[in-house]
Design a protein around this ligand. Structure first.
Ligand code: CAA
Length: 258
């Protein structure tokens, strides 16, 4: 029997998904990406989950798309099967936040998957890279687009053209990761961050995620207009009254996520 390729569990209002092909350094094959998509959508539907943590193993978040699976593919296969597009981008459809907790290698598709998350918390042993050039291709899950937006054109070109790796410190300096934590504290720190987010009002969490993402897709004026309309809309929630009343009453808010 095949073991579960993605392990799912809950801690409070946090959903935790762990990529689980450790012997292959979590190389991302079709079955794993199908399983990940299903698990993500289940957590998106679960009203008791407010934030998701996506993690890998101690040695690798994911060392990229599965090279053994890709080696025999040809142009017609990948076009017909919509390789990458078919099952890799489910994560982008989620309205709840997803935090990537990265230890060890996040290479190729692994780095791209981490960049599809809302932010990245890196263990001090994390290594990021887009080494596809070394195997005769280029990044195929958004690396050439998301990396320059995250870390500047010059550094992205360096990474994509040389295939070199970046350690956690360089990744933090470059803005790819939001924070670095000791490797043995990675999961705990990511769950703590997710717990803080999951305690907020879910409608405002989803609105905040949508508004920040809009910054990448619109002009400044359009983005600010989108933010303003969304900000106004949140005055229609019960949680806005609760949040502001709780502040004035000097107590913690008890958000109902509506
Ligand atoms: N695909 C398939 N198998 C992989 C893999 C991958 N991307 N990465 C590692 N593995 C497998 C290895 O083949 C090896 O399997 P065996 O034990 O059966 O030989 C096992 O995982 C352990 O790997 P190594 O022995 O190589 O471990 P290492 O510590 O010596 O090296 C590494 C680690 C530097 C990450 C090295 O494994 C490596 O370079 N991996 C490939 C990285 C890569 O090129 N990623 C990009 C893939 S292309 C892509 O992702 C396309 C896209 O944009 C979507």
């Amino acid at each position: 029997m095949q073991e579960d390729l993605v392990l799912a569990r809950k801690e409070g209002r946090v959903g935790i998904l762990q990529l689980n092909r450790p012997a292959q350094l979590n190389a991302l094959n079709d079955a794993l990406m199908d399983a990940l998509g299903i698990a993500l959508l289940a957590m998106e539907q679960d009203n008791d989950i407010g934030c998701i943590v996506l993690t890998g193993s101690a040695k690798a978040f994911a060392a990229g798309a599965d090279i053994a699976a890709m080696q025999p593919m040809n142009y017609i296969n990948v076009v017909r099967n919509n390789f990458i597009g078919r099952n890799w981008e489910t994560i982008l459809t989620l309205r709840k936040p997803v935090i990537a907790a990265v230890a060890g290698y996040a290479l190729g598709g692994g780095c791209e998957l981490a960049m599809m998350c809302d932010f990245i918390i890196a263990a001090d042993n994390a290594k990021f890279g887009q080494p596809e050039i070394k195997i005769g291709v280029i990044p195929g899950a958004g690396g050439t687009q998301r990396l320059p937006r995250a870390i500047s054109k010059s550094k992205a070109m360096d990474m994509v053209l040389t295939g070199r790796m970046m350690d956690a410190q360089e990744a933090e300096r470059a803005g790819l990761v939001s924070r670095i934590v000791p490797a043995d504290k990675l999961e705990q720190e990511a769950i703590e961050a997710a717990t803080i987010i999951a305690a907020m009002s879910l409608p405002s969490v989803m609105a905040a995620k949508e508004a920040v993402n809009r910054a990448y897709e619109s002009t400044l004026n359009e983005g600010v207009l989108f933010e303003r309309r969304t900000f106004h809309a949140l005055f229609g929630t019960l949680d806005q009254k609760e949040g502001m009343t709780a502040f004035l009453e000097k107590r913690k808010p008890d958000f109902k996520h509506e």
